[in-house]
Design a protein around this ligand. Structure first.
Ligand code: SF4
Length: 454
């Protein structure tokens, strides 16, 4: 099992960076709060969004077919794919059949999930991510560390060094305006040379066969209005029934994601440009299995706003790479083990269960309760290590019986101070190592227990 704690270790080792990352995300969380509080009907919007999503998931096949019919009428070519491999193959075939080798992409977590970039690059396609944060991590050969703020783990000095190496900016320059201008002219050349543009899909509308893409940089608009071929990739859960549903989701999305009243560019696509082609690739990639899961199907309501990450005390202090999955944070801690409970079995435990994620989620996914339920499932599946299951069984026995609690308490008070240090701090004792209290110099957990027992 891949451990969250082990993966977090390199990030956590840099205390100053952890603090800065924590504060940067908390700043976004506070912006979100101000926007939410400025709308009296905020909770009504959340209720409506949750209800629309629940309804849509309950008859998703019908809505997807309605979308396909209307999209085809609009001249859009619709492709259905079972998994990431089929998705990558379709995208590659669209490009290869037309002899296209230069693709510009706007932000799409789905293509990250399917590992599209390396697939295309291995087949001779030049792929340029055009969202600034995505371009930064692409130049560093890293995945995004956050679904909305892909380079939030980097400071402006890190980006200055990267751009000096890759784009030839002045050495030591870290002024954000200067660096953004440099990225802008670099990307402008890529847009002008592109032969095809790829976007994600924020919302696909069943009743019109159209879809909406939201960006703050206008890069999706550049990438779809210059080259003649546009490919839009969507997980099937992106469907909403009616155009008027957008009035709810678009108000919630930008405010929850970055604390803006509206996303800077909200572009509606209803068909190919004159003389061009528009393809929509609809992807399952494990979503049907989640849809069939009684307890966790609500996770498919996620609109990928990132608010649960910005507020999560574990995410803020452990960084996105500690999750080892395309979508990190509380929602990723559900989606990843739903995909592979053995590989990602530590993630539901990477939560304080404080409930802050559920409080901010615009579609009211009950994240902390679902994480708690997932822990129980992992214990039932025996994915949790034997020592932990044994310890939990003992604890649950003790905590359910007041007499056992009293006996255990006096035993601990009697025994702990007498145990040799090697036992308390031994590598095999996870509690001794990890539950060390912050203490004054020279005052160890053992000393504190001694004091307590006097
Ligand atoms: S689970 Fe909710 S808060 Fe988290 S990214 Fe999805 S919609 Fe946003």
């Amino acid at each position: 099992m891949t451990g969250h704690a082990e993966k977090a270790a390199p990030f956590v080792a840099d205390d100053a960076r952890v603090h800065w990352h924590d504060q940067a995300l908390w700043f976004v969380r506070l912006k979100r709060d101000r926007q939410a509080e400025s709308i009296p009907e905020w909770e009504a919007l959340r209720d409506a969004a949750a209800a629309i999503k629940a309804h849509t998931l309950s008859r998703i096949a019908d809505y997807l077919e309605e979308f396909e019919r209307n999209a085809k009428t609009n001249g859009i070519q619709v492709h259905w794919t079972r998994d990431g491999a089929e998705h990558n193959d379709i995208v590659h075939r669209i490009l290869a059949d037309r002899g296209l080798t230069r693709l510009v992409k706007s932000k799409s977590m789905l293509t990250e999930e399917c590992h599209l970039n390396p697939y295309l690059e291995a087949r001779g396609i030049e792929v340029t991510d055009t969202d600034l944060g995505e371009r930064i991590v692409q130049l560093r050969h890293e995945p995004p560390s956050h679904i909305v703020l892909p380079a939030i783990h980097l400071k402006k000095e890190d980006i200055g060094d990267l751009f000096h190496k890759e784009l030839g900016t002045a050495e030591g320059a870290s002024d954000p305006k200067y660096l953004t201008e440099a990225a802008r002219s670099h990307l402008r050349q890529k847009f002008m040379a592109a032969q095809a543009g790829l976007t994600g899909v924020n919302f696909a509308i069943a009743e019109t066969g159209g879809f909406v893409v939201c960006t703050n940089e206008g890069n999706a608009d550049m990438g779809t209005s210059l080259p003649p071929v546009h490919i839009a990739c969507m997980g099937f859960e992106k469907i909403v029934p009616r155009t008027k549903d957008l009035a709810i989701f678009l108000r919630l999305l930008a405010r929850s994601a970055t604390g803006q009243p509206v996303t800077t560019y909200t572009t509606h696509f209803h068909g190919p440009m004159r003389g061009g082609e528009l393809h929509v690739v609809i992807v399952d990639n494990g979503r049907s299995a989640i849809l069939g899961h009684e307890t966790f199907r609500r996770s498919l309501s996620c609109i990928r706003c990132g608010a649960c990450m910005n507020t999560c005390p574990v995410f803020r202090r452990s960084g996105g790479y500690s999750y080892g999955y395309t979508v990190p944070g509380p929602i990723g801690s559900l989606l990843a083990p739903l995909r592979d409970s053995h590989k990602f079995g530590s993630l539901p435990f990477a939560s304080s269960l404080c409930g802050s994620c559920s409080d901010v989620c615009p579609v009211k996914i009950d994240l902390h309760h679902e994480l708690y339920a997932f822990r129980q499932e992992l214990v039932r599946e025996k994915v949790v290590p034997l020592y932990k299951r044994f310890a939990m069984a003992v604890l649950s026995f003790i905590l359910a019986r007041p007499w056992a609690y009293r006996v255990a308490g006096s035993l601990m008070r009697g025994i702990m101070p007498r145990l040799p240090r090697v036992v308390v701090y031994g590598r095999w004792n996870p509690w001794g190592r990890q539950r060390e209290l912050p203490s004054m110099p020279g005052e160890s957990f053992r000393d504190l227990i001694k004091k307590e027992s006097k």
